[in-house]
Design a protein around this ligand. Structure first.
Ligand code: SF4
Length: 341
């Protein structure tokens, strides 16, 4: 079955509750994934550098109204985190911060990237959106990839949940992947926060956004992520529930429409589902993750609130074992750093 890239077609797949539909999608997605990626699975881990944020996104535990302990790692603490993570064998690192231009300026990020070069072969950032020349400076420093999610493509919904700070600016965020591509970034990851808006509408817009980027910047390696909205402490947002079957269908649709694009899956999903989805389209998964600042080495990371709760607490070794049992080749790196010019 090959659904059309239209709202009606995506909506009808998501609404179809017959087991046969999900099974047919899963089989097609699995065949395409094996055709283009074999039985390989790239591994990465996140390191949270800071939870300071000047934006107010109603769905996020780091927003500037939340009464949480704010932490920003020193360079020594960053190095300790990196040493700890690299000892697990992880080579691809995703460095994250809240979106505070004042607390985590580009100079701070450059120091962190410089430290990361000593431990990892692939360095990506999920931080506040920037201008092309700033991305260029980070690229020259050794950053390979940028992760930036539009969250929802529906402008009205976007304004309802982004109430303060620079993230309020829909168009600036929308143009971020293009600015990163112009700066020369090797990989760019896009995504939507499932449950925030109308799923079919957001999926269609995400896919159209990706198609346009592929057309204009064909040298970039793109990937997609589909985090599901979770309730955060002290906040009354009533998320739409995306159940596991709908979530599986979304991964399958992404694979069917984009056979060669990477699909990421974080530890915010539970082990059984993660193990299942690696068969249907996922090509990159995080392992042994901590989602609080200094979560790998600080004395009491449980004293702070993570950005989201982890549901898959397995270690990198546990994930390796699972992958091998399922006849997957885990890939720590397929890359050796070269000077980014
Ligand atoms: S989603 Fe990002 S910008 Fe929004 S509150 Fe959370 S950390 Fe800040």
């Amino acid at each position: 079955m090959k659904p059309l890239l239209s709202y009606e077609s995506i909506q009808s797949v998501l609404k179809d509750t017959s087991p046969g539909t999900t099974e047919a999608l899963a089989q097609e997605a699995a065949a395409l994934t094996r055709q283009y990626f074999g039985r390989t699975m790239s591994l990465y881990a996140p390191i949270y550098l800071s939870n300071h944020c000047s934006s107010f996104c109603t769905y996020c535990g780091f927003n500037n109204r939340q009464k949480i302990k704010r932490i920003k790692l020193s360079l020594t603490e960053i190095q300790n985190e990196m040493r700890q993570v690299s000892q697990t064998g992880i080579e691809n690192i995703l460095l994250l911060t809240g979106e505070s231009y004042a607390m985590t300026p580009i100079s701070y990020l450059q120091d962190a990237v410089e430290a990361a070069r000593g431990h990892f072969t692939g360095i990506s950032l999920e931080v506040h959106p920037m201008e092309t020349d700033e991305y260029r400076a980070l690229y020259r420093q050794g950053v390979d990839g940028i992760t930036v999610y539009q969250e929802t493509y529906n402008r009205k919904r976007y304004q309802e949940v982004h109430l303060g700070g620079k993230k309020k600016n829909y168009d600036y965020r929308l143009g971020t992947p293009e600015r990163a591509a112009r700066a020369g970034m090797r990989s760019i990851s896009l995504g939507i926060l499932l449950g925030l808006g109308d799923t079919a509408e957001d999926l269609l817009a995400l896919f159209q956004h990706l198609r346009s980027l592929e057309k204009n910047y064909p040298a970039v390696e793109y990937s997609l992520s589909f985090p599901r909205l979770r309730q955060i402490k002290g906040q009354g947002l009533a998320p739409q529930t995306i159940d596991d079957i709908a979530f599986t269908k979304i991964i399958c649709l992404a694979r069917i429409f984009f056979p060669r694009v990477g699909i990421n899956l974080s530890t915010r999903e539970p082990p059984r589902l993660r193990d299942h989805l690696i068969e249907c389209g996922v090509t990159r998964m995080s392992a042994g993750s901590k989602t609080s600042v200094g979560g790998y080495t600080l004395a009491d990371p449980s004293a702070q609130d993570p950005q989201f709760d982890i549901q898959d607490n397995r270690s990198v070794d546990d994930i390796l074992k699972m992958l091998k049992q399922r006849d997957f080749d885990p890939v720590f790196t397929d890359w050796r750093p070269i000077p980014n010019i």
